[in-house]
Design a protein around this ligand. Structure first.
Ligand SMILES: [Zn+2]
Length: 316
């Protein structure tokens, strides 16, 4: 295999960078996750290089065999120029990351916001079984955001941030968000917010509850305060999904991200809330029926597969 036909997809996060190497037919060849270094842009480039070289080494390939690289980056990016306008978690501001990666590997490199990238990956996943043309991918983890696919293409919006539902104000005067606003959706349904709310209600759990998964587990065991938090989170999430459907009239809502690892314990209360909406309203029933909601299986990483799609121009 001497021709350049390998595709590389990267999900560059503030603490971890994941990489997937695929062949021209989209088959996975190797995957790796390494820590991200963000002290300087050069340190970040070093992380990306190391990640790429790690998967290349696994299949004994060289950088010359790479056809193109796709990168999902947490922040405000300009896909046309490859410039990262602002990525706080990566310590980057107005930095030409795309051109820098392209120069290092002497191959084309394409950039997109990480959640928009994951939406492209989620779309590819759903299309394997259903020929849909639109969906919203909702990522619920340390932060909360969505990416929207309309007419088979990524809907970016003016700033490439269409779908930033985590910063919709759902509780005016509520908790202060990292973005500076008060009462953003993220201050209620993101992983750290779920933990914070339970500890505020039940301080005795301070040393045992560390992740959102612990809160869902406590709720499952009948802990009343945990059940109240889960209910509040589920109500807000089901409402956010209703908003997405009303705004974009998408065929599917796909949910993924760290918080969703609780699986059915996470999904059931949301399904319950949505079923109630559908029961009360024929309009909701028509737009929000059972088949609307998909939970992304944990073994499929939409951020990485979306980045591989970016590498072959899958977002354009
Ligand atoms: Zn916010």
């Amino acid at each position: 295999m001497q021709t350049a036909q390998l595709l590389v997809g990267l999900d560059v996060g503030g603490t971890k960078t994941a990489v997937l190497l695929a062949d021209a037919n989209g088959n996975a060849l190797a995957e790796a996750t390494i820590p991200t270094y963000t002290a300087t842009p050069e340190a970040l480039l070093g992380t990306i290089s190391r990640a790429v070289r790690t998967v290349l080494a696994e299949v004994r390939a060289t950088p010359r065999q790479i056809r193109s690289i796709g990168l999902g980056v947490p922040g405000l990016v300009d896909p046309a120029t490859g410039i990262v306008q602002l990525a706080v978690n990566l310590n980057l501001q107005r930095y030409p990351l795309g051109p820098a990666v392209a120069a290092r590997f002497k191959t084309p490199a394409f950039l997109e916001n990480d959640v928009r990238t994951a939406a492209v990956g989620a779309f590819a996943y759903v299309q394997q079984t259903e020929p849909v043309q639109s969906l919203a991918y909702v990522s619920i983890g340390t932060g909360v955001a969505a990416g929207v696919i309309l007419n088979g293409r990524l809907h970016r919006g003016h700033n490439g941030m269409a779908g930033e539902i985590g910063h919709m104000i759902v509780e005016p005067g509520g908790a202060r968000c990292n973005c500076g606003q008060y009462g953003c959706l993220e201050t209620i349904v993101a992983g750290p917010a779920i933990v914070r709310q339970l500890i505020a209600a039940a301080p005795e759990l301070q040393n045992t509850v560390r992740h959102a998964g612990d809160v869902y587990e406590a709720a499952g065991q009948g802990h009343a305060a945990a059940q109240a938090v889960v209910q509040r989170v589920s109500q807000h999430l089901s409402r956010a999904m209703q908003w997405l459907v009303m705004m974009y009239d998408v065929e599917k809502i796909v949910i993924g991200g760290g918080v969703t690892r609780s699986g059915e314990a996470f999904m059931n209360p949301i399904r319950h809330e949505l079923a109630q909406m559908c029961q009360e309203s024929p309009l909701a029933a028509a737009l929000l029926g059972e088949a609307k909601l998909h939970l992304m299986p944990p073994e499929y990483n939409p951020g990485l597969w979306g980045a591989v799609r970016l590498a072959v121009g899958g977002n354009r």
